[in-house]
Ligand binder design. Structure first.
Ligand code: FAD
Ligand code: NAD
Length: 497
């Protein structure tokens, strides 16, 4: 049996549910594949543009970010960072000497992720009139999506204007002897574990490795961090990773750089797990986390039905439309532009506006930077805060990236001990800031900070980079005394000599 529903009249809300043995067919203006933070925002924006939308989700509405990434990881890290800050304040330090209440932290993490239930998010989709299809979605030729529901029920959704692929990314495990049988943690287990391992081995010194090493160390694990390259957080300015590594090591982490993992051994998949390094050294732990990067969730997506390669990241233009198509969009992690929730949500706002404009017959001007339909910030101003201890944050280009891009630049550094607000924030404050200035136009191309409390400083840098605010005008942006923001004053003074 096939029943056809056109959602043109009722905006697709609560329509077209039949239970038969054949596929139900429905038509919407836009079909969104994946209801992570990015898919939710695409659906919301196209609805705001007056279009009907359906969204397909195989697991939980809210995606990786809500249940196994940003939210649980930050819930684990917040007490660690708050305690560390408190221990640097005279008169308060003495009250926070003891260990964290790990059980309470894990309980709070469970609350933050809604106990891995998505009822609230479902209500929100309902409130904005977006029709939810639960199940695995696959492209079935141009503008068509086939959904296999949890009971094996089939729906075929046709999009009048656009399909937006927002299926995100998953953790990658290297191809190592013994790894599949060793039950390694990926970011999913590292953010959802209900107990603290006595010894945790972390492979990978990127953002996930560093944040999770920080969290589980604070919760009581003895952490060994195995890093292939020369240091931590290799996408940031080198001084950032150096300061983060020094602090982790001071708190007892064993950080080994320049090491390669050769094999993993865990007999019978239970008990201690041994990581064997090239050269023969062994590291034994109670769990091992592989924080070794991400792969796109595009393997089983029907990409071959529209001439694209399964398993690939999807190449897009600045309106987030997939190269070589006029109806397919790829938004968020899956396009590999910037694997961050806030940047994916920004792309969702841009894609939603572009889909809306095209559906209403207006083609956005090609190559127009900073327009409502152009994700220019993906190239010029991606901000990121790493919630380690000390916090690390950066926006725009690092010195090396600016030089590689051919800019004539000067970097100025400030030791944040010179900032009065820093001394008040924490006794013995340790931190560093860098501003990279384009000497031709005298604007800020990038900024980096490492130190307690600097996460909230980053947005001022983002505004300066996106606004291309001339240094001569920034000179008049007076930071309040005595705040951490006076770091800007010191950077500008250092630049002007
Ligand atoms: C441990 C960790 C911590 C992080 N912390 C931060 C942070 O603090 N700040 C930050 O900005 N970013 C952070 N990130 C990155 C952030 O999680 C991602 O950038 C973000 O989740 C991307 O959103 P998305 O919607 O593109 O994809 P996802 O959140 O991965 O959502 C994709 C959704 O699509 C669904 N899906 C996939 N395939 C199909 C299919 N075929 N049919 C139906 N549904 C499908 C999935 O089930 C999922 O719900 C973190 C990542 C990790 C791993
Ligand atoms: N606070 C945040 O904004 C936040 C937090 C967590 C994750 N994220 C996002 O999630 C994404 C994924 O993070 P991630 O840390 O998994 O990836 P990543 O790419 O940042 O780091 C992975 C690291 O693992 C190393 N590596 C790869 N294979 C290895 C191997 N076989 N042995 C040893 N090391 C190996 C790489 O050299 C790299 O340094 C990031 O792009 C980040 O933007 C953001």
């Amino acid at each position: 049996m096939t029943r056809t529903v056109d959602a043109g009249q009722d905006h697709g809300h609560g329509h077209g549910q039949t239970h038969g043995h054949g596929a139900e067919e429905s038509t919407y203006d836009v079909v969104v594949l994946g209801a992570g933070p990015v898919g939710e925002n695409v659906a919301d924006r196209v609805r705001a543009a007056g279009l009907t939308a359906a969204i397909v989700e195989a697991e939980l509405i809210g995606g990786e970010c809500s249940y196994w990434a940003c939210m649980p990881s930050k819930a684990l890290l917040r007490p660690a960072i708050a305690r560390s800050d408190a221990r640097k304040v005279a008169g308060l330090r003495e009250s926070v000497y003891g260990p964290l209440d790990a059980l309470e932290v894990l309980r709070h993490r469970d609350t933050v992720v809604g106990h891995w239930k998505d009822d609230g998010q479902v209500d929100w989709l309902d409130s904005i009139g977006v029709r939810l299809f639960r199940g695995h979605g696959r492209l079935a030729g141009p503008r068509r999506v086939a959904v296999t529901g949890p009971e094996g029920d089939e729906h075929v959704l046709t999009a009048r204007h656009a399909v937006a692929v927002c299926t995100g990314s998953r953790a990658v495990l290297p191809d190592l002897p013994g790894l599949p049988g060793a039950r390694p943690w990926t970011s999913r287990e590292a953010t959802s574990s209900d107990r603290v391992p006595a010894r945790l081995t972390v492979v990978g010194g990127g953002v996930v490795g560093v944040e999770m090493a920080t969290a589980w160390q604070a919760l009581g694990a003895k952490v060994t961090l195995l890093v292939r390259g020369g240091g931590l957080l290799p996408r940031m300015e080198p001084f950032v990773g150096e300061r983060v590594a020094a602090a982790l090591a001071m708190r007892g982490a064993d950080i080994r750089t320049g090491v390669d993992v050769a094999a993993v051994v865990r007999d019978g998949g239970t008990g201690p797990v041994t990581v064997v390094l090239e050269g023969g050294d062994h590291v034994e732990g109670d769990e091992v986390l592989f924080a070794t990067g991400r792969a796109p969730r595009t393997e089983d997506l029907g990409l071959e039905t529209v001439g694209l390669a399964p398993g690939s990241w999807l190449d897009v233009d600045d309106s987030l439309r997939v190269t070589g198509t006029d109806w397919l969009y790829a938004v968020g992690d899956v396009n590999h532009r910037a694997l961050l929730t806030h940047q994916g949500k920004y792309q969702a706002r841009i894609a939603g506006a572009a889909i809306g404009a095209r559906a209403h017959g207006t083609e956005p001007a090609a190559g127009e930077s900073w327009s409502a339909h152009t994700a220019t910030a993906d190239h010029a101003a991606v901000p990121q805060v790493v919630f380690c201890d000390p916090e690390a944050a950066a926006v725009g280009l690092s010195l090396a990236e600016a030089e590689r891009a051919g800019h004539r630049v000067r970097a100025v550094d400030v030791d944040m001990r010179q900032v009065a607000g820093a001394g008040l924030y924490a006794q013995g404050y340790q931190g560093q800031a860098r501003m990279v200035v384009d000497l031709e136009r005298e604007v800020v191309l990038g900024a980096s900070f490492v130190g307690p409390g600097i996460g909230e400083l980053l947005h001022s840098a983002t505004v300066a980079v996106v606004g291309e605010v001339p240094i001569s005008r920034l000179w008049h942006a007076v930071p309040s005394y005595p705040t951490l923001s006076e770091t800007w004053l010191r950077l500008l003074e250092a630049y002007r000599g």
